[in-house]
Design a protein around this ligand. Structure first.
Ligand code: HEC
Ligand code: HEC
Ligand code: HEC
Ligand code: HEC
Ligand code: HEC
Length: 400
């Protein structure tokens, strides 16, 4: 480096070292790892999560249960099967986030070519645990050119060159980038020039977080989604995670003449971004009257959606009733009393995959799924079965 360069870059202008590292780390499409270092054993050279897991068992155990490990599920493969098998660039539109390694792109290409050749056009038999089928693998975040990257050790230290030389896989490069929210932006935040609706990017999680109290108070993505550095990444699909993030409160029903008045409120106390952050989940707050057997009384339900509502073509935004951090929804109930009513039910339903379920139904209905049909049908089942009741409370009504 010519010294003149250092002089023209004032030291006070704190150069964004982390930003520069992340730009390099996440330049997509990712480059192939290339030549394996000579001293590497086959185990050190392997990119398979199970092989990382032989030395990093905790991370492997956690990661297997995470959605990152299932990012190449039937919904993805079903849509990829409908694409041109050799269209590597087109595949990148999806796998740059769902299975970003170059070695995964190769594996996918091979699988799609086989599927295209099979006369039945059936889904290819999943060769047990191919790298590309394992989604966001360890190496997608941690390995470039066979070099490991990670956060500094928990005690703040990092190995020097001599220590690295003595460690498996030649040790690792420690960087604070792994403890920065921007590490996740590569896949959870669109660039400013990417797809937006009603002036808001379709994926805007990091920006939503930046505006929140959580960012000001030093809580980043990792503190909520990787507490104690755990590799679980629980989110909207996890009832515990959702309950812990919401203050749900109810006001008991009152009778006034022949009407019932009550209310509930849902507050986003613990999500570091909009609840939910994407267009794909839907939450439904509802109040209804119950009879003495606890049955819903027809015609008494009132509900409100918490959702960024979009049609399947993503062409417009119908409504945006998501809750920003610390935002609140209050549902006021005023309805004639059913003569059999003895109690009220207050609920919050969560449908993490509402958009996908709607999308798969449409694909199947107009036969647009092509070769991916079987997988899309499976994906629809999964999308429908992820729904759960986050809150379900019952309050007796005063006697007449
Ligand atoms: C043969 C055992 C072995 C295998 C296989 C292995 N590692 Fe490691 N790894 C280690 C050891 C030992 C360290 C050094 C721990 C230390 O000194 O703090 C390490 C360090 C790391 C670190 C740095 C941790 C930190 O504190 O930041 C990361 C990240 C990492 N490995 C990822 C991987 C990934 C990803 C794979 C698979 C592609 C893998 N390792 C395979 C043994 C292994
Ligand atoms: C290489 C791209 C990539 C990176 C980097 C990445 N993610 Fe993800 N993440 C995904 C994909 C793809 C999914 C969806 C997986 C699926 O369900 O198919 C996902 C799912 C999740 C979920 C589960 C959401 C739910 O619906 O319940 C959470 C939480 C999450 N990521 C958090 C993070 C955090 C925090 C980071 C940074 C430490 C991060 N991710 C980094 C691609 C990535
Ligand atoms: C910028 C990163 C990114 C890109 C590019 C991307 N996805 Fe995703 N995808 C995500 C994240 C994050 C999630 C999880 C959040 C959610 O459920 O919306 C997800 C979830 C999904 C899901 C639901 C979960 C599952 O595994 O079934 C499907 C299906 C899906 N994506 C399909 C696609 C397809 C098809 C493409 C390419 C046309 C694509 N995605 C491109 C980031 C991305
Ligand atoms: C989506 C990106 C992502 C994936 C996938 C991922 N990691 Fe990590 N990993 C991280 C981040 C971010 C941290 C730092 C978390 C922090 O400091 O809060 C980390 C930390 C680590 C550490 C240091 C842990 C410690 O306690 O000091 C090891 C070792 C590691 N990862 C190994 C793995 C292995 C093995 C896998 C696969 C089984 C894996 N990682 C998958 C992002 C990822
Ligand atoms: C203060 C804690 C907190 C912080 C900080 C936080 N999250 Fe979340 N996140 C949650 C909770 C709780 C949920 C479940 C409720 C929900 O979906 O909003 C969630 C859900 C998600 C989901 C599921 C999809 C969806 O539509 O909601 C993704 C993806 C996600 N977070 C990514 C991130 C990323 C990336 C960051 C950093 C930019 C981040 N989160 C910061 C707590 C947090």
């Amino acid at each position: 480096m010519p010294p003149a360069l250092a002089e023209t870059t004032p030291l006070t202008e704190s150069r964004d070292v982390t930003g520069a590292f992340l730009d390099r780390h996440w330049t997509r499409p990712l480059a192939a790892q290339g030549q394996t270092p000579e001293q590497f054993s086959p185990l050190e050279a392997s990119l398979l999560p199970a092989d990382c897991g032989s030395c990093h068992p905790e991370q492997y155990r956690d990661w297997q249960t995470s959605l990152h490990a299932h990012a190449m599920g039937p919904g993805l493969m079903g849509q990829l099967l409908a694409m041109e098998p050799t269209a590597r660039d087109e595949h990148q539109d999806c796998i740059r986030c769902h299975a970003p390694l170059a070695e995964q792109a190769d594996g996918l290409l091979a699988e799609l070519a086989t599927a295209a050749r099979s006369s039945a056009g059936a889904a290819p038999s999943p060769a047990a645990a191919s790298l590309h089928q394992q989604g966001v693998v360890c190496a997608a975040c941690h390995v470039r050119a066979h070099q490991r990257f990670g956060p500094p050790r928990r005690d703040g230290t990092s190995p020097d060159a001599a220590q690295n030389a003595a460690l498996p896989h030649a040790g690792f490069v420690a960087t604070g980038a792994f403890e920065d929210s921007r590490f996740c932006s590569a896949c959870h935040q669109f660039e400013p020039d990417e797809y937006a609706l009603n002036g808001k990017l379709l994926e805007n999680t990091t920006e939503e977080w930046k505006e929140s109290r959580h960012a000001r108070e030093g809580r980043n993505c990792q503190s909520c989604h990787m507490p104690e550095r755990r590799h679980l990444w629980r989110g909207i699909h996890d009832p515990e995670m959702v309950r812990a993030a919401i203050a749900f409160s109810v006001e008991s029903g009152e009778r006034a003449n022949n009407a019932i008045r009550a209310a509930l409120s849902v507050r986003n106390t613990g999500a570091g971004h909009y609840l939910p952050t994407y267009v794909t989940p839907r939450l439904i707050a509802e109040i209804e009257q119950l009879d003495s057997d606890g049955r819903s009384l027809p015609g008494t339900r009132v509900e409100r959606l918490i959702q960024r509502q979009v049609p399947l073509d993503l062409g417009s935004e119908t409504a945006d009733t998501r809750l920003p951090p610390d935002g609140e929804l209050r549902l006021v109930y005023e309805r004639p009393a059913h003569r059999a009513a003895v109690a009220l039910a207050y609920r919050l339903r969560v449908e993490p995959d509402e958009f996908y379920a709607r999308f798969y139904r449409a694909l199947l209905a107009d036969s647009a799924a092509g070769k991916g049909r079987e997988l899309i049908a499976l994906a629809l089942k999964q999308a429908e079965s992820s729904a759960f009741l986050a809150f379900d409370e019952r309050r007796e009504l005063p006697q007449r």
